[in-house]
Design a protein around this ligand. Structure first.
Ligand code: SF4
Ligand code: SF4
Length: 339
């Protein structure tokens, strides 16, 4: 394990930024957002960013290719740009876990090469949570806020920052900042982990359990009468899906330009009324069906297809952002997921 004084953190950022673009949470009106580091950029102390680090690997919009036309000639232009080395600093344990969930979708056959390239070029540095909020329930899904993982795990005290490499990429990055860090024992980190564990036990959502859910439960929950009441106020705004680090639905569209077409993809939402619209019609015509789909996917369908892993990491963003205060915790409680 290595450590450095917080007074040297800007120097560490500068050294990392010599070899790769460095992004980190920065305070803004409305909450923390990931921004590219430049000299003087201050690292936010916010618990988490409004939007997750998912954006770096699966951006909200990205161009896939361009078709240029000239008379009857069509030229296919490669517009790919996902080859930049980058480092994302300050990712919380819940969001680190979200990459395992996204990897299982985008890296299975056929591999999504856009996502795969960004995963190959990105290094994730996590940060343990010392002040989890009342909307946090990562422990429900077996995530340890005190052991955030990723390529490098970090712990921050009032005066120091501690680093531990977990992967080859992490070791390489840590050795690149060795001049600014020093070897240390784990005493301070172990003390912080113990404090975090105590806080986690007292969180209001500590009793939420996923035990009632999982693969093979479709027939138990699909026609549950609770869906009617749970979904009746849902606005179908899609906010919950857009802030969610594990939601991965997208649409691919063509945009006509003066001399051709740009093909791009953008996030979509199963909460939208046209999400399942096809030539023959729509297979989910009511908000109840769309609402049920989102939660059944996270709690039943995803674990069914992924060795029991749930499609939620308990980050709490949907609890904080839904305009009608509906969220996955209310759904789980209503369907019996409370200890
Ligand atoms: S469903 Fe809500 S709590 Fe779960 S990962 Fe998505 S935004 Fe976070
Ligand atoms: S559950 Fe809330 S955030 Fe999600 S679509 Fe419905 S109203 Fe919007």
């Amino acid at each position: 394990m290595r450590k450095c004084s917080l007074d040297n953190l800007q120097k560490v950022f500068a050294l990392i930024a010599e070899n790769a673009s460095l992004y980190l949470p920065v305070d803004k009106v409305g909450g923390a957002v990931f921004e590219k580091w430049q000299e003087g950029t201050s690292y936010s102390n916010a618990l988490n960013t409004v939007r997750s680090a998912k954006d770096f690997f699966f951006p909200q919009t990205e161009n896939m290719m361009e078709f240029k036309t000239k008379g009857k000639e069509i030229e296919v232009v490669d517009t790919r740009d996902e080859h930049e080395d980058f480092v994302v600093f300050g990712v919380r344990a819940c969001d680190v876990k979200s990459f395992e969930i996204l990897d299982r979708v985008f890296l299975c056959e056929p591999v999504d090469s856009f996502y795969a390239n960004r995963r190959a070029h990105g290094v994730i540095i996590s940060m343990a949570c010392t002040r989890p909020s009342e909307t946090c329930f990562c422990q429900t899904f077996g995530i340890d806020a005190a052991n955030p993982g990723a390529d490098i795990s970090c712990w921050k005290t009032d005066s120091e920052i501690f680093f531990e490499a977990n992967t080859e990429k992490g070791e390489k990055l840590l050795s690149s900042i060795a001049a600014l860090t020093e070897d240390t024992d784990e005493a301070a980190v172990e003390a912080q982990k113990a404090k975090i564990a105590e806080i986690m036990k007292k969180l209001p959502l500590a009793g939420i359990t996923p035990d009632k859910f999982g693969g093979g439960k479709t027939s138990e929950f699909f026609n549950a009468p609770q869906w009617k009441e749970l979904s009746q106020s849902c606005l179908g705004c899609g906010t919950c899906t857009f802030v969610c680090p594990t939601c991965q639905c997208y649409d691919i569209r063509d945009f006509k330009t003066n001399d051709g077409v740009i093909r791009f993809r953008c996030w979509d939402s199963c909460m939208y009324s046209d999400f399942t619209k096809m030539a023959h019609g729509n297979i989910r015509n009511s908000q109840l069906e769309r609402f049920r789909q989102r939660f059944m996917h996270k709690l039943v369908y995803y674990p069914e297809n992924n060795e029991g892993i749930f499609g939620c990491v308990g980050c709490g963003r949907c609890l904080a952002k839904c305009p009608i205060s509906m969220n996955i915790v209310k759904v789980m409680k209503s369907l019996g997921g409370e200890a």
